[in-house]
Design a protein around this ligand. Structure first.
Ligand code: AMP
Ligand code: MG
Length: 494
């Protein structure tokens, strides 16, 4: 049988006690058809892309057929949504089929998203519209290509069924791949129930799976917290470096493994401004670009609260230890942010005063309403001897601020021995030319969903696969939206 050869499932999460999940199969759909398949990822997962591309593959990727070895389940979790506590969320429209070990020995979850109702669906239908599913595919794969820690997208199928939102839309199912789907909210689920045993089992599972070094520490649960703080500081700094705005940084959307997870109303910033918000549901701007580090810190404090009983038998001591771990976040984040932006400026080493240099550019960009991505990309041309400032100045409404800053920057460049060619190559390898710009993503989704034309989507996907390499003929994908093309709001589409 084809499916016996397809996945070699090894399911550790399913071995945890019953209260961790609800075991159930996806709800079959009418007429599954494979729309997108990520062949490179399939091979990485030791899956045969040819088999996945058959009708059999579409049956599996839609949840109509359960592959051998899968133990389908919906995970339980809780979370703070926009700061408000929700004691039970859980996978309301996703089913974990199981785990596979990839080519590099890494365990990865295979999850179907949009796979029908579960006991955690609350009022929802358990389904996903095709547009948001395609959006997650495009954006998550672009993130991966930029080297950002993220869940991945293996496939998109159309269901042949309608979903009912503000209007009738075609349904889709995403096959999502993650190092795990455990969230801050998973810990909150057990902590809120004062389920000390569940909490410990979860923490031990996470240590075994993601942070095995923590086991060797004097206090493994503190070490676990330290490591999660560290990976989140890196993750958020990496988002800031490419102008990514997650849009719904609820605690249930923060991955314990440190991947970007749950692509909803996320967006890439065009014009630089720290207050930028795209999500139509984020009225207060809680999850604005510049608020992301502070929110991550807040979410990590929620996680620390959950871990207290594991960290020390004395509540006071546990509080002190956890506080210390959490207090490390701002410095770690700042260091990662500086390292990142200093490299974006073409500098090899971080020196005193560099924070100020970075902030100076950002301030000039804010004042001059400059495009975030293009400013950094074009700086790599300027860095070279004889580079003309024109292409960068063109991005600023008020070029004076940039001019003054560029003098400081050039002086700082001169203080390093790196030759211009090496510097330009390094800058081009960290400052993408192509990001999934909202207007281009929306246009490609519209063509696919409304007009049934997949070509724009395939073009965009191809360009975004090598975001750091200038691709002749694809200049339009570098450009910010014209005023009439600008997408001001994004929707989570749930
Ligand atoms: P999100 O904001 O996408 O992270 O989702 C928050 C919660 O709502 C999660 O528990 C989801 O599983 C659930 N959810 C979102 N959309 C649906 C839907 N269409 N049907 C059922 N549950 C949903
Ligand atoms: Mg979510």
């Amino acid at each position: 049988m084809a499916e016996a050869a397809l996945f070699a499932f090894e399911n550790t999460y399913a071995r945890l006690p019953d209260r961790f999940f609800a075991k159930l199969a996806p709800t079959p759909v009418e007429a599954p058809r494979l729309l997108l398949l990520n062949e490179g990822l399939a091979r990485d997962l030791n899956l045969d892309p040819l088999l996945l591309g058959t009708n059999e593959g579409a049956q599996i990727l839609s949840g109509n057929r359960i592959p051998d070895g899968a133990e389908p389940l919906a995970m339980a979790y809780a979370g703070h949504q926009f700061g408000g506590w929700v004691p039970q969320l859980g996978d309301g429209r996703a089913i974990l089929l199981g785990e596979v070990v990839d080519r590099h020995g890494m365990r990865r979850d295979i999850q179907l998203k949009g796979s029908g109702p579960t006991p955690f669906s609350r009022m929802g239908d358990g389904r996903a519209a095709l547009g948001p599913v395609l959006r997650e595919y495009i954006v998550s794969e672009a993130m991966a290509a930029m080297g950002i820690a993220t869940t991945r997208s293996l496939a998109v199928v159309t269901t042949g069924e309608a979903v009912f939102r503000e209007r009738v839309l075609p349904g889709g199912i995403l096959t999502r791949v993650a190092r795990s789907h455990i969230r801050v909210g998973t810990f909150q689920f057990f902590a809120a129930r004062r389920d000390a045993e569940g909490l410990k089992l979860l923490a031990d599972h996470v240590i075994d799976r993601h942070y095995p070094d923590a086991r060797d520490s004097d206090n493994p649960y503190r070490a676990l917290l330290d490591q999660i703080v560290a990976v989140q500081a890196e993750l958020i700094a990496s988002w800031m470096g490419i102008g990514f705005i997650h849009g719904v940084m609820n605690t249930d959307n923060m991955s314990i493994a440190g991947d970007t997870i749950d692509y909803g109303p996320c967006a890439f910033m065009d014009t630089y401004h720290p207050g930028t918000v795209y999500s139509s549901i984020d009225h207060g701007g809680r999850y604005a670009y510049g608020n992301q580090p502070g929110i991550a810190h807040w979410n990590l404090a929620c996680l620390a609260q959950c871990l207290l009983p594991l960290i020390d038998g004395s509540e006071d001591r546990a509080m002190d230890i956890a506080q210390e771990a959490i207090n490390a976040f701002p410095d770690r984040y700042r260091a990662a942010h500086t390292r990142n932006f200093v490299a974006k400026l073409g500098l090899e080493q971080v020196r005193d005063g560099d924070d100020d240099l970075v902030d100076g550019l950002l301030k000039a960009m804010e004042d001059g309403a400059a495009d975030f991505t293009l400013t950094f990309r074009r700086l790599s041309d300027l860095a070279r001897d004889g580079g003309e400032d024109g292409p960068v100045l063109d991005l600023f409404t008020d070029p004076a601020g940039f001019g003054a800053w560029a003098e400081r920057w050039r002086a700082r460049l001169d203080s390093e021995a790196r030759d211009d060619k090496a510097r330009q190559d390094a800058m081009r390898a960290i400052n993408p030319a192509y990001i999934p710009r909202n207007h281009q993503v929306e246009a490609a989704l519209d063509a696919a969903v409304e007009a049934g034309s997949l070509e724009p989507l395939h073009d965009l996907r191809a360009v975004l696969q090598t975001p750091f390499t200038t691709q002749p003929g694809q200049e339009r994908y570098e450009l910010p939206p014209k005023p009439e093309e600008e997408v001001k709001a994004t929707f989570c589409g749930t």
